[in-house]
Design a binder for this molecule. Sequence first.
Ligand code: GLN
Length: 505
Amino acid sequence: MTDDLYKLTIGELGGLLRSKEAKSVDILNSYIKRINELDPKILAYLYNDFDEAMKNAEAADKIIQSGKDFFPLTGIPLAIKDIFLIKGKKTTCASKILDNFISPYDSTVVKKLKDNNYVFLGKTNLDEFAMGSSTENSGYKITKNPYDLNRVPGGSSGGSAASVAADLCAGSFGTDTGGSVRQPAALCGVVGLKPTYGLISRYGIIAFSSSLDQAGVLVKDITDAAIMLDAVAGFDEKDQTTRRFKSKDYAGILKNMDKSLLKGFKVGMPVEFFSDGLDPEINSKILEIKDLLKDMGASIVDISLSDTKYSVAAYYIIATSEASSNLERYDGIRFGHRHKEEKGIQSLDDLYRKSRETGFGNEVKRRIILGTFALSAGYYDAYYKKASLVRKLIIKNYKDAFEKVDIIIGPTSPTPAFLIGEKTADPLSMYLSDIYTISVNLAYLPGLSMPIGIVKNPSKPDGVLPVGLQIISPWAAEDRLLSVAKIIEDEVKFRENAGFRKLDI
Ligand code: GLN
């Protein structure tokens, strides 16, 4: 079998497995070779487990050979952000405080993937505890953008996005609290889907901000997003925030989609998403899509999401408050890193303090301090409560907008991938990376980023950097979201265009 199976999408690989033109073991070998060759440059993975992967692939091949029906993810090698628990395997959340933590059970996402007989390739890098937009906050390594190794892949699911972009896996799972699936997808030129809050179980995903966290997928095309979502979506009694709505057959919906869907469709463009901070070249790429949709029969409606200008401020109160509470459990006693006892330790409090001081990185500490302050007696009304009220206004903005339009489009990120080190000294400018994605989490809505083209890389003569389009749909309307995305994908043909995928490797 050919060596370059790694290039294919999950849908294409599934076709080869079905027609018996390839075995899962062949597919895996192609990825192992690719990872050994390229990951030392990209640093997308925190660790690989090729022995486990080979066992998984052999088991999948047995099922396929037996002639029994099998799942679309059976025998497909996937990478998992190191925030999902996998029983018996290390989960660090890219934090030193979980340096030696072995997961005691499977997250629901991973349990479902195992039931599908997937192949586990390894754990991908992230910003520590998913706090960041560049993967520079990882306690272990900085993942590089495959389009330019001097640039960030975005974050916090930067390792997941880079691994898909560089074909180091067929698809990857990430999480998105304020943009962590969509923003790295945009910066790395891949598809990233953050579903409706509660569509995928959070059980066994290390908590950052529980009212915002949602698992998502990073993949090569829209069909793959539907396949991955089908495998993991649905109610879970272990996560009471999962929704009891019937999970749809998203891949089936895409297959039978009527391309004339856009006739009479109303596409909203929020004025707030096209303001000063937006890179002009990204702006013009989005406008090309607007014209495309118009040509296909949609009407474009200018809308206003007037309170989204407060979304970054509200998010950094809500997310840090919830984080300060969720991260209380890392005390050096029950989990992971415990400061080595030495003379300085006088009391249990000292041990907690020292373990946290040496275990957490700076950004995580900053957020714990901010969140603890925001929740402290006397300040609760002024901060957390006020931010929650702003959240309600943002929810209402979207509700009103979706009375006028069927779908919303805009940029995913205000800029293309930035240089490593460019924003580390200025947390505020880093926080603004998510200016267009955060309100979607605050409103519990589904959002997707897809690559729609490239811009010139200002620091490399022949280099290019990808541009992402964000699409936002009403609550639980992933079928509509994916359908519109698929129609755009079929026109833009990002993957087919070799000029778009000029990687720096
Ligand atoms: N960049 C945002 C933050 O640092 C979002 C992170 C995320 O979605 N996990 O909080």
